[in-house]
Design a protein around this ligand. Structure first.
Ligand SMILES: *Cc1c(COP(=O)(O)O)cnc(C)c1O
Length: 490
């Protein structure tokens, strides 16, 4: 399988690249992205074949059909990491919440959020490519809370890879911060910054673009890479669970094979939604993909009105911070798939230069054949958390709760919905405690105990342990000193 480029080809990049190459160097010509030249056709035969398969068997077969240039043994080693999830036999449980609403829980991995679904196997794959090439990589990560822990966890003690992870000190939840600063391995460095997430992100972008920094790394025999969600090495693992979730509904006789369903995705950078879109293109019976947002609702406006408009917009902080994103990078891959290279380059150029683009009426109709969307405010989300808990005995986090609004506004009767849950309640406990009991300003540990009592749910041991673990990573610095700090670590 070859990968081609969303914005056409300049002279610096080869016209086509292999999977291993797009993993190491994910940015294509003109700042575009890599996409598969042709998606494998799976069709009903593939779905039938895997009705009795385990998650790992399904995943391996799908990866093999992509014909990636990674040995089967490495893929098996990567997929074996799903054995460490809560239930190794079924790492992604699908729970019935209402007659026509099912929640696919993507958070049963080591860091309790959906980033593990892709980053766990990705770590093995990237490290194996680096070893094979006899190269050393520095992975830079900037995090608002979920990517950082998942990246540290996956690369911990892996050969030929080091990770420097930047987070805004005071800008994450206690659980998220503890997940990072208690990680103790010689190849990991966690750096707190006096500032907000954007400061960490800007610093990362500056370093990734700096030739000086790359040259300095070269003297230390190290190359630079990033584990952000535009990397196709992450996207590929996010197609699998959409297929799995559908098969789970067939297995439990909730739907018949071939029946269409809605996939409802709480979206930020659009990686999760893109995985669903590709699964659909490959043959999964889908009615529409529903894009759920919080107050940062650019995607709702794109899908309703055809305008991607950042001219008046600033990111607002919400109760679902992993979705506080305005430039949703993976949308570009859908534009490419629907409208082709020339138009994608034009639209993305408009966005970069004018903070705005507008689809034609014809293009908007095409987009709406695939997607619908709505957004949910933090206050509405808290009401959904409380109501769903009280009426359906199901507890969800504030990201997942954004799906409840669009489930009400965007679905037709008679078609079932799979909504995706992207975080465990333990990761955003103060908001959930507030939703359930009205309690204000609780620390994470107080909130965890409150929810545990109210909902009669045990606090998972791995979360409890965080509060007594030794702090291994103590660096907190001014943002001007990031580069020096990283070089000191190397
Ligand atoms: C990353 C994340 C999202 C957004 O996922 P995208 O693939 O970026 O759209 C939603 N919820 C949680 C909890 C996340 O960590």
């Amino acid at each position: 399988m070859n990968f081609i480029q969303t914005r056409g080809i300049d002279t610096n990049k080869p016209a086509k690249a292999a999977f291993s190459e797009v993993i190491l160097d994910p940015i294509a010509s003109f700042g575009g992205l890599y996409v598969p030249e042709k998606l494998p056709e799976l069709g009903e035969e593939f779905l039938q074949k895997h009705l009795q398969s385990s998650y790992k068997e399904l995943a391996l077969d799908m990866l093999l059909r992509f014909e990636v240039d990674i040995e089967k043994e490495i893929l098996e080693e990567a997929l074996a990491l799903y054995d460490k999830f809560d239930d190794g036999k079924n790492p992604v449980p699908v729970v019935k919440v209402k007659e026509d609403l099912f929640v696919s829980e993507l958070y049963h991995g080591p860091t309790r959020a959906f980033k593990d679904m892709a980053l766990q196997p990705f770590g093995v794959v990237l490290s194996s490519i680096a070893q094979k090439r006899d190269e050393n990589y520095l992975i830079l990560a900037a995090t608002s809370g979920d990517t950082g822990p998942a990246a540290l966890e996956t690369f911990k003690n892996r050969a030929n890879v080091k990770v420097a992870c930047l987070y805004p000190d005071g800008g994450t939840s206690d659980v998220q911060r503890l997940q990072m600063v208690t990680e103790d391995a010689p190849n990991l460095k966690v750096i707190g910054i006096h500032g907000v997430f954007d400061d960490a992100q800007s610093a990362l972008k500056r370093l990734l673009a700096s030739q000086d920094f790359k040259n300095t790394l070269k003297e230390k025999h190290t190359m630079l890479s990033a584990a952000n969600s535009v990397n196709f090495g992450r996207i590929i693992f996010q197609i699998i669970y959409h297929i799995h979730s559908y098969l789970e509904l067939v297995r439990t006789n909730e739907i018949t094979m071939g029946e269409k369903v809605y996939l409802n995705v709480p979206s930020g950078n659009f990686g999760n939604a893109l995985g669903g879109y590709y699964a659909w293109k490959m043959g999964l019976p889908v009615e529409k993909i529903i894009i759920s947002s919080n107050e940062n609702n650019v995607l709702t406006r794109l899908i309703k009105d055809g305008k991607y408009d950042l001219r008046q917009s600033e990111v607002v902080s919400t109760t679902s911070p992993a979705m506080d994103i305005l430039k949703s990078s993976n949308v570009e891959r859908v534009l490419y798939d629907l409208f082709g290279t020339e138009r994608t380059r034009e639209l993305m150029q408009n966005l970069e230069e004018q903070n705005f683009y507008e689809l034609t009426q014809e293009e908007l109709i095409k987009l709406q054949e695939c997607f619908d969307a709505d957004f949910c405010t933090g206050e509405e989300g808290k009401k959904y958390i409380k109501d769903t808990f009280e009426k359906n005995n199901y507890l969800m986090d504030p990201h997942t709760a954004t799906c409840m609004k669009s489930y009400e506004t965007c679905t037709k009767d008679g078609i079932k919905t799979i909504a995706y849950s992207t975080a465990e309640w333990t990761k955003f406990s103060p908001v959930i405690a507030n939703a359930l009991t009205g309690a204000q300003n609780m620390s994470d540990i107080e909130a965890l105990e409150t929810i545990s009592k109210t909902a009669s749910l045990p606090i998972p041991q791995m979360v409890k342990d965080l509060f007594s673990k030794e702090i291994a990573q103590k660096t907190v610095i001014e943002k001007e000193n990031i580069e020096d700090e990283i070089l000191k670590f190397l």
